[in-house]
Every structure is written in structure tokens, then in C-alpha cells.
Design a protein around this ligand. Structure first.
Ligand code: ZN
Length: 290
């Protein structure tokens, strides 16, 4: 029996006749019941895109942007390899926000074209659909790593203080807090509770094979790469340019080279989204009664 490096095992291993380890894995969710990814619909809309806004997020900082339902937005690598931590809210109600955990359960640990970013309960609807990803070629590498994870949360000053005993104010959590405060005229204390687990855009991560610990490695992103989303509802977005840069060496400090990220908003031509309507919130009647 293999002993995991990070754990001590004091319990006797069951007899070989015990079959508790021999069961087949079952994928938890029947994802073929999800609404299908209508590539043709999005492709048709993309033939008539007009850029209506852009935001440059400086290195080690945050920025915010608004995407009306039925518009597209791209996060674009410029100048150098850079990871971005993405938060999304319903632009009309900050209580509805991106639900990293359920998105991971429904799709995978890492996202790409055709996957959706789902909102929290009780809304639980697609907030955005990934319509293009220039890093989709990366797939899974020999370490089991992939790009654009929804397993990490975001680097934050509390964990950093706990591990290094220093205060650092440009972690993604702080950058996102400032971005939301700026977007909504909130105090930093008022904005912070709305910041949530992120999609780690362009980050290359996985779990080590021996100890199953979260690891990162230098992102394969290069200037010109982008990931594109379609807004299924009105969105407020915030993006942090992680102080880890390409997240190939360290994070939560000022040592690593960091670069800006560009967010571009695109409007499709009127009438180019035939049959599409904004996503509806969950149809569960509610109540939770036994
Ligand atoms: Zn970060």
C-alpha cells in the first residue's frame, strides 16, 4: 500500500479479500442533460462583432467591466504571460455570483470552449459560456495539469500572512475587492464579502500525483492568446492580474514579472442571435420542506 507523503496512516489495511477499493468511478452529474452548447448560434453572432469597450488591467492590480446579456467579452494576453483571476456577478444583483464549485462539478477542474460559468444557489444558471479558447490545444499535460482551473480559490492576504507572516496588499483577493469597490462605489469592507472563488484564467495547474496537492506551473499563455465568453445574463466582471505573473515560480509578492491583461467587450449585430434569450434562474420551486 502506498503511503501518501503528506499523511501518516495508522490504520491497518483491510485484508486482500476486502473489495472496498475495487468499485468503478461514476461521473457524478449527468451532464448530457445540460443545455447543449450551440456552437453555430455563437459563431453566427461572432461574424458581426463590434468592439464597444475595453479595459486594461495593470499588473498586480484589478479592473472591472460590464457586459450586457448577449454580448461577448475576451480576456487577452498582452505584453507577456500573465494569469488572471476572474469574478462575475449579475450586474443587477450582487447576490448572484459565479459558483466555482458547482461549475467544477458540472464540467471539469479546468474549463474550455463549450463550458459554462454557473451562478450560485438559488439562481444556478449559466452566467457565461466559453465560446473560444486559444489555449484549448494544451489539454492535459504529463503532470496532469490543464489551463483555466476552477479548483484554486484566489491568492489572498490572509493565507499569505499565515504562511509568511507578511502583509501584502496586491493578492488577487485584494485586487478584486478594490475593483468591485470601485465599480459600485462601495467601501472596501463593503465590497470584500462579495468577492468569491475565481476562474483562474490562463493559469496552468493540477494536483500532484503522489500527494494530490494543488500545484501550479508556468502558464503557456503568450501575447495574442485569449479566452472568449458570451454573456448569458447582464454581467459585472472583475479581473485581477495575479502578482504571480505566469505563476511559474511564486505568488503574493513583488518579485515575479507581471503584465497587464486586456478585456474587450463586443456587441453582435441586432438580430444575429435568433432564438436566444437570457438564461433563466433555476426552476426549483423552493421551500426545502421535508
Ligand atoms: Zn493571484
Amino acid at each position: 500500500m502506498t503511503k501518501l507523503a503528506s499523511r501518516s496512516i495508522s490504520t491497518d489495511v483491510p485484508a486482500p479479500s476486502d473489495d472496498r477499493r475495487s468499485k468503478n468511478p461514476i461521473v457524478c452529474y449527468e451532464v448530457d442533460h445540460l443545455p447543449a452548447f450551440d456552437a453555430e448560434l455563437y459563431q453566427q453572432a461572432k461574424e458581426s462583432l463590434e468592439k464597444v469597450d475595453e479595459v486594461v488591467v495593470p499588473p498586480r492590480d484589478g479592473g472591472h467591466f460590464h457586459v450586457p446579456a448577449g454580448h461577448f467579452f475576451r480576456i487577452v494576453s498582452v505584453e507577456g504571460p500573465q494569469v488572471g483571476d476572474l469574478n462575475l456577478w449579475n450586474a443587477n444583483d450582487l447576490n448572484e455570483r459565479f459558483f466555482s464549485g458547482k461549475t467544477r462539478q458540472l464540467h471539469a477542474s479546468h474549463l474550455s470552449t463549450g463550458d459554462r460559468l454557473w451562478s450560485n444557489m438559488p439562481y444556478l444558471r449559466p452566467m457565461a459560456t466559453i465560446t473560444q479558447d486559444t489555449l484549448d490545444w494544451y489539454g492535459w499535460d504529463e503532470d496532469g495539469a490543464g489551463v483555466h482551473d476552477v479548483i484554486g480559490t484566489r491568492c489572498d492576504p490572509y493565507t499569505n500572512h499565515m504562511l509568511k507572516n507578511v502583509d501584502y496588499n496586491h493578492c488577487c483577493h485584494s485586487n478584486l475587492t478594490r475593483a468591485l469597490a470601485d465599480a459600485r462605489g462601495l467601501s472596501l469592507d463593503g465590497a470584500e464579502p462579495h468577492v468569491h472563488d475565481v476562474m483562474n484564467v490562463f493559469m496552468c495547474t493540477g494536483f500532484t500525483r503522489d500527494t494530490h496537492q494543488y500545484f501550479m506551473k508556468a502558464s503557456p499563455v503568450r501575447p495574442g492568446d485569449f479566452i472568449e465568453f458570451f454573456a448569458e445574463i447582464d454581467l459585472l466582471g472583475a479581473l485581477s492580474t495575479c502578482p504571480g505573473g505566469d505563476c511559474g515560480s511564486s505568488h503574493s509578492d513583488d518579485k515575479t514579472p507581471c503584465y497587464p491583461l486586456l478585456v474587450e467587450i463586443f456587441k453582435p449585430a441586432d438580430g444575429s442571435l435568433k432564438g436566444w434569450s437570457p438564461a433563466k434562474r433555476s426552476g426549483y420551486a423552493g421551500g426545502h420542506k421535508a
